[in-house]
Design a binder for this molecule. Structure first.
Ligand code: CAA
Length: 241
């Protein structure tokens, strides 16, 4: 029986690689996206993975989107909270919209999705919830008070929910990618990337999205039932926890 997986932000960047890796591992995948229809349709045509457009920062939109996925594909067994954005600015230049956008999309989204499918997982006695955090939620990052706070918040969410669901066959884990070769990282000013980030990565390169996909497949497996409340860091040695 193939597992049903929902990957938020699953058509681009790290999410795209996660969707493909889960599909290759035998899961039936629904890839959520927020706005870029063109990229989502190209992804769907290329991979055959179903795409669903809804705003993960909106609770009701998640409720409706998840209901649609479950009516199309069946009950969701694997949830990957991956959707995320950046609005990088030093705090003294950050406005409240930039703060709220990142907290809502990167942290509150995990509540919005999980709350709308946790009852089903509890009833069925199985679930895999994987929250994509970041090295910058572990160590902090200049220009990212909003992003670092949201990603650090995902660790607390992961651990608390892991305790609540441990007796129900549901595991909850975090993956903490380091700097990975995606559009998000490529948007960092080139001089900052070259002078302040790349020299700090001991393996001497950015990560590949597929390397994060592998982490998710590992944690999503039926056989990973003893791993819960943990963080799997994939950062090329940049930050050791
Ligand atoms: N550490 C220390 N100093 C830094 C710094 C850093 N990492 N980054 C920038 N600075 C310094 C600059 O060298 C500059 O110093 P001087 O004034 O002495 O020349 C100063 O900070 C620039 O400060 P400003 O107030 O002018 O900053 P700004 O308004 O130009 O904003 C920034 C700069 C937007 C924060 C820019 O530096 C930036 O984009 N930095 C990268 C942030 C980053 O790493 N984002 C990660 C995106 S990828 C991601 O988030 C995925 C993931 O999970 C890893």
């Amino acid at each position: 029986m193939s597992r049903i997986a929902l990957v938020t932000g699953g058509t681009r960047g790290i999410g795209r690689a996660i969707s493909i890796a889960l599909k290759d591992s035998g899961a039936q995948v629904a890839a959520n996206y927020g706005g870029n229809d063109e990229a989502a349709n190209a992804f769907k045509d290329e991979t055959g993975i179903a795409v669903y457009k809804f705003d993960v920062s909106n609770f009701d939109a998640c409720r409706d989107g998840i209901a649609k996925i479950e009516s199309d594909l069946g009950a969701i067994d694997i949830l990957v909270n991956n959707a995320g954005i950046t609005r990088d600015k030093p705090l003294h230049k950050m406005d409240v919209e930039q703060w709220n956008a990142v907290i809502d999309t990167n942290l509150s989204s995990a509540f919005n999705t999980t709350r709308n499918l946790i009852d089903g997982m509890r009833e069925r006695g199985f679930g895999r919830i994987i929250n994509i955090s970041s090295i910058n939620g572990q160590k902090g990052q200049f220009g990212q008070t909003n992003y670092s706070a949201a990603k650090a918040g995902l660790f607390g969410f992961t651990k608390a929910l892991a305790l609540e669901t441990a007796s129900k066959g549901i595991t909850v884990n975090a993956v903490a990618p380091g700097y990975t070769a995606t559009e998000m990282v490529m948007a960092v000013p080139e001089d900052v990337l070259n002078s302040k980030i790349l020299p700090l990565i001991p393996v001497g390169r950015l990560g590949e999205p597929e390397e994060i996909g592998r982490c998710v497949v590992f944690l999503a497996a039926d056989e990973a039932g003893f791993i819960t409340g943990s963080t799997l860091s994939a950062n090329g040695g940049q930050y050791l926890t």
